[in-house]
Design a protein around this ligand. Structure first.
Ligand code: GSH
Length: 206
Protein backbone atom coordinates (compact mmCIF):
# COMPACT_ATOMS: atom_id res chain seq x y z
CA UNK A 1 0.00 0.00 0.00
CA UNK A 2 1.30 3.47 -0.92
CA UNK A 3 0.71 6.36 1.46
CA UNK A 4 0.48 9.84 -0.02
CA UNK A 5 0.66 13.00 2.06
CA UNK A 6 -1.29 15.54 0.06
CA UNK A 7 -3.54 18.56 0.24
CA UNK A 8 -6.33 19.87 -1.99
CA UNK A 9 -4.98 22.39 -4.46
CA UNK A 10 -1.37 21.22 -4.07
CA UNK A 11 1.10 19.35 -6.26
CA UNK A 12 -0.39 16.22 -4.71
CA UNK A 13 -2.95 16.46 -7.53
CA UNK A 14 -0.70 15.00 -10.20
CA UNK A 15 0.60 12.21 -7.95
CA UNK A 16 -2.94 11.29 -6.94
CA UNK A 17 -3.77 11.18 -10.65
CA UNK A 18 -0.78 8.92 -11.36
CA UNK A 19 -1.66 6.53 -8.53
CA UNK A 20 -5.33 6.42 -9.55
CA UNK A 21 -4.54 5.89 -13.23
CA UNK A 22 -2.04 3.17 -12.36
CA UNK A 23 -4.58 1.40 -10.18
CA UNK A 24 -2.05 1.50 -7.33
CA UNK A 25 -3.46 0.84 -3.87
CA UNK A 26 -2.91 3.98 -1.78
CA UNK A 27 -4.18 5.92 1.17
CA UNK A 28 -4.21 9.70 1.42
CA UNK A 29 -3.14 11.65 4.46
CA UNK A 30 -4.46 15.18 4.36
CA UNK A 31 -1.88 17.78 5.39
CA UNK A 32 -3.06 21.14 6.65
CA UNK A 33 -0.54 23.82 5.67
CA UNK A 34 2.05 24.32 8.40
CA UNK A 35 0.86 21.41 10.58
CA UNK A 36 2.56 18.02 10.68
CA UNK A 37 -0.23 15.40 10.49
CA UNK A 38 2.02 12.84 12.21
CA UNK A 39 5.58 12.30 13.34
CA UNK A 40 6.53 10.49 10.13
CA UNK A 41 5.66 13.46 7.91
CA UNK A 42 8.18 15.76 9.59
CA UNK A 43 10.90 13.23 8.91
CA UNK A 44 10.07 12.42 5.32
CA UNK A 45 9.30 15.97 4.21
CA UNK A 46 11.84 18.19 5.97
CA UNK A 47 10.54 21.28 4.12
CA UNK A 48 7.04 20.47 5.32
CA UNK A 49 5.85 20.25 1.73
CA UNK A 50 3.37 18.01 -0.03
CA UNK A 51 3.29 15.72 -1.87
CA UNK A 52 5.30 13.16 0.08
CA UNK A 53 5.02 9.49 -0.71
CA UNK A 54 5.70 6.42 1.39
CA UNK A 55 6.32 3.35 -0.76
CA UNK A 56 4.93 -0.10 0.14
CA UNK A 57 8.44 -1.26 1.04
CA UNK A 58 8.71 1.53 3.62
CA UNK A 59 11.06 3.93 1.80
CA UNK A 60 9.75 7.46 1.30
CA UNK A 61 10.27 10.26 -1.17
CA UNK A 62 9.45 13.88 -1.90
CA UNK A 63 9.36 15.52 -5.37
CA UNK A 64 6.22 15.18 -7.45
CA UNK A 65 8.00 14.56 -10.76
CA UNK A 66 10.12 11.76 -9.33
CA UNK A 67 6.99 10.17 -7.86
CA UNK A 68 5.20 10.33 -11.21
CA UNK A 69 8.14 8.74 -12.98
CA UNK A 70 8.48 6.00 -10.38
CA UNK A 71 4.77 5.17 -10.55
CA UNK A 72 4.94 5.09 -14.36
CA UNK A 73 7.89 2.71 -14.14
CA UNK A 74 6.23 0.43 -11.58
CA UNK A 75 2.90 0.23 -13.40
CA UNK A 76 3.89 0.01 -17.09
CA UNK A 77 0.47 -1.27 -18.17
CA UNK A 78 -1.05 2.09 -17.24
CA UNK A 79 1.12 3.73 -19.93
CA UNK A 80 1.69 6.86 -17.88
CA UNK A 81 4.95 7.57 -19.72
CA UNK A 82 6.66 6.54 -22.94
CA UNK A 83 9.04 3.73 -21.87
CA UNK A 84 12.83 3.96 -22.29
CA UNK A 85 13.61 3.65 -25.97
CA UNK A 86 10.17 4.84 -27.14
CA UNK A 87 9.95 7.76 -29.55
CA UNK A 88 8.36 10.11 -27.02
CA UNK A 89 10.81 9.36 -24.20
CA UNK A 90 13.12 12.35 -24.73
CA UNK A 91 10.17 14.75 -24.88
CA UNK A 92 8.69 13.16 -21.76
CA UNK A 93 11.90 13.62 -19.77
CA UNK A 94 12.40 17.11 -21.16
CA UNK A 95 8.94 18.41 -20.31
CA UNK A 96 8.72 16.65 -16.98
CA UNK A 97 11.95 18.35 -15.98
CA UNK A 98 10.95 21.70 -17.47
CA UNK A 99 7.61 21.72 -15.66
CA UNK A 100 9.05 20.67 -12.34
CA UNK A 101 12.29 22.67 -12.35
CA UNK A 102 11.24 25.82 -14.20
CA UNK A 103 7.46 26.21 -14.01
CA UNK A 104 6.58 24.84 -10.57
CA UNK A 105 9.18 27.00 -8.74
CA UNK A 106 8.13 30.12 -10.63
CA UNK A 107 4.52 29.54 -9.65
CA UNK A 108 5.60 29.05 -6.03
CA UNK A 109 7.16 32.53 -6.24
CA UNK A 110 3.72 33.90 -7.14
CA UNK A 111 1.96 32.29 -4.18
CA UNK A 112 4.76 32.46 -1.61
CA UNK A 113 6.19 35.83 -2.79
CA UNK A 114 7.27 37.15 0.67
CA UNK A 115 9.65 34.18 1.01
CA UNK A 116 11.58 35.32 -2.02
CA UNK A 117 12.52 38.80 -0.91
CA UNK A 118 14.52 40.07 2.06
CA UNK A 119 12.78 43.41 1.58
CA UNK A 120 9.57 43.57 3.68
CA UNK A 121 8.01 45.55 0.82
CA UNK A 122 9.42 43.31 -1.87
CA UNK A 123 6.65 40.73 -2.27
CA UNK A 124 4.64 42.61 -4.89
CA UNK A 125 7.69 42.96 -7.10
CA UNK A 126 8.54 39.28 -6.72
CA UNK A 127 4.98 38.34 -7.65
CA UNK A 128 4.84 40.60 -10.72
CA UNK A 129 8.17 39.28 -11.98
CA UNK A 130 7.15 35.68 -11.28
CA UNK A 131 3.91 36.05 -13.26
CA UNK A 132 5.89 37.43 -16.22
CA UNK A 133 8.35 34.54 -15.95
CA UNK A 134 5.53 31.98 -15.70
CA UNK A 135 3.96 33.50 -18.81
CA UNK A 136 7.27 33.17 -20.64
CA UNK A 137 7.46 29.50 -19.64
CA UNK A 138 3.88 28.75 -20.67
CA UNK A 139 4.72 30.40 -24.00
CA UNK A 140 7.53 27.89 -24.50
CA UNK A 141 5.19 24.95 -23.78
CA UNK A 142 2.50 26.46 -26.01
CA UNK A 143 4.93 26.61 -28.94
CA UNK A 144 6.04 23.02 -28.33
CA UNK A 145 2.41 21.85 -28.56
CA UNK A 146 1.90 23.44 -31.97
CA UNK A 147 0.82 20.72 -34.42
CA UNK A 148 0.81 17.95 -31.83
CA UNK A 149 -1.81 16.58 -29.51
CA UNK A 150 0.26 15.73 -26.44
CA UNK A 151 3.57 16.82 -24.96
CA UNK A 152 5.29 13.44 -25.33
CA UNK A 153 4.61 10.83 -27.99
CA UNK A 154 1.27 10.00 -29.55
CA UNK A 155 -0.78 9.49 -26.42
CA UNK A 156 -1.58 11.20 -23.19
CA UNK A 157 1.04 10.81 -20.48
CA UNK A 158 1.38 12.00 -16.92
CA UNK A 159 3.37 15.01 -18.10
CA UNK A 160 0.18 16.35 -19.73
CA UNK A 161 -1.59 16.04 -16.38
CA UNK A 162 1.31 17.90 -14.77
CA UNK A 163 0.82 20.67 -17.33
CA UNK A 164 -2.92 20.85 -16.63
CA UNK A 165 -2.24 21.29 -12.91
CA UNK A 166 0.24 24.11 -13.44
CA UNK A 167 -1.94 25.81 -16.07
CA UNK A 168 -4.84 25.99 -13.60
CA UNK A 169 -2.57 27.44 -10.96
CA UNK A 170 -2.07 30.52 -13.14
CA UNK A 171 -3.45 33.44 -11.11
CA UNK A 172 -5.39 34.72 -14.13
CA UNK A 173 -6.96 31.59 -15.68
CA UNK A 174 -9.02 33.64 -18.14
CA UNK A 175 -5.94 35.32 -19.53
CA UNK A 176 -4.12 31.99 -19.66
CA UNK A 177 -6.96 30.33 -21.58
CA UNK A 178 -6.96 33.06 -24.22
CA UNK A 179 -3.19 33.32 -24.50
CA UNK A 180 -2.32 29.64 -24.90
CA UNK A 181 -4.90 27.77 -27.03
CA UNK A 182 -2.75 24.65 -27.42
CA UNK A 183 -2.41 24.29 -23.66
CA UNK A 184 -6.14 24.87 -23.32
CA UNK A 185 -6.80 22.15 -25.86
CA UNK A 186 -4.76 19.67 -23.78
CA UNK A 187 -6.56 20.79 -20.61
CA UNK A 188 -9.95 20.44 -22.28
CA UNK A 189 -9.22 16.85 -23.32
CA UNK A 190 -7.96 15.96 -19.85
CA UNK A 191 -10.89 17.52 -18.03
CA UNK A 192 -13.07 14.75 -19.48
CA UNK A 193 -10.87 11.91 -18.22
CA UNK A 194 -12.90 10.36 -15.35
CA UNK A 195 -9.98 10.20 -12.87
CA UNK A 196 -9.11 13.86 -13.48
CA UNK A 197 -12.74 14.90 -13.29
CA UNK A 198 -13.15 13.10 -9.95
CA UNK A 199 -9.95 14.53 -8.49
CA UNK A 200 -11.08 18.00 -9.38
CA UNK A 201 -14.01 17.70 -6.98
CA UNK A 202 -11.48 17.94 -4.15
CA UNK A 203 -8.74 20.00 -5.77
CA UNK A 204 -11.05 22.49 -7.51
CA UNK A 205 -8.58 23.42 -10.23
CA UNK A 206 -11.37 24.66 -12.47
N1 GSH B 1 9.55 20.40 -5.53
C1 GSH B 1 8.39 19.96 -4.79
C2 GSH B 1 7.56 21.20 -4.45
C3 GSH B 1 6.48 20.87 -3.46
C4 GSH B 1 5.79 22.13 -2.95
O1 GSH B 1 6.29 23.25 -3.07
N2 GSH B 1 4.58 21.93 -2.38
C5 GSH B 1 3.80 23.03 -1.85
C6 GSH B 1 2.33 22.84 -2.20
S1 GSH B 1 2.05 22.92 -3.94
C7 GSH B 1 3.89 23.04 -0.34
O2 GSH B 1 3.66 22.04 0.30
N3 GSH B 1 4.20 24.21 0.22
C8 GSH B 1 4.19 24.43 1.64
C9 GSH B 1 5.38 25.22 2.05
O3 GSH B 1 6.36 25.33 1.28
O4 GSH B 1 5.35 25.72 3.17
C10 GSH B 1 7.59 18.96 -5.63
O5 GSH B 1 7.66 19.01 -6.86
O6 GSH B 1 6.92 18.08 -5.06
Amino acid sequence: MYKLYTRAGSGGFVVEAALEMAGAPFERVNVIKGINPDEQFGKISPLGQVPALVLPEGQSMTESAAMCQLIAERFPNAKLAPPPGAAGRADFLRWMTFLTSVMYPVILRIYYAPRYSADPNGADGVKTAAIAEADRGFGVVEAALEGRQWLAGERMSIVDVYLLMLAYWHPEPGKAAAAWPNIQRVCKMLRDVPVIKDLNIRHELW
